[in-house]
Design a protein around this ligand. Structure first.
Ligand code: AMP
Ligand code: ZN
Length: 110
């Protein structure tokens, strides 16, 4: 997707502080962190919304969550973390490329 900022990060066209990458996902630091540790886990396939999920994509999201759980200690999140997906305007979704927020590194306020 030409105008998608996360597709550009995935393609290496704009910089990001990448923490993990494999053939189907990339994990990088959020540019405006809302917690001491705030990472974005982003499937390389471009689709905008959780509601765009089909069977293949649901398996991809499942594997992504499994990797998050496995990698959490490596990311400094061994004491717990929060996983968030914003869907659409009411949730404040600003980037229309599905991503999973991973927040932690401290006691979260709510
Ligand atoms: P959302 O509001 O769920 O769409 O989340 C989008 C997130 O992407 C926000 O937390 C932004 O701070 C973050 N973000 C936007 N542009 C960049 C970027 N170039 N590098 C890293 N994170 C970004
Ligand atoms: Zn994209």
């Amino acid at each position: 997707m030409e105008d998608c900022i996360f597709c550009k990060i995935i393609a290496g066209q704009i910089p990001a502080k990448k923490k993990y990458e494999d053939h189907e996902i990339v994990v990088f630091e959020d540019i405006e962190p809302k917690a001491k540790i705030h990472l974005l886990c982003v499937p390389k396939e471009h689709f905008a919304y959780l509601s765009d999920m089909d069977g293949v994509r649901s398996a991809l999201i499942g594997r992504t969550l499994q990797k998050v759980a496995k990698l959490a200690p490596v990311f400094g999140l061994k004491d717990g973390y929060r996983v968030i997906i914003n869907q659409g305007d009411n949730a404040g979704q600003t980037v229309k490329h599905l991503h999973i927020h991973l927040l932690g590194g401290e006691t979260l306020p709510f």
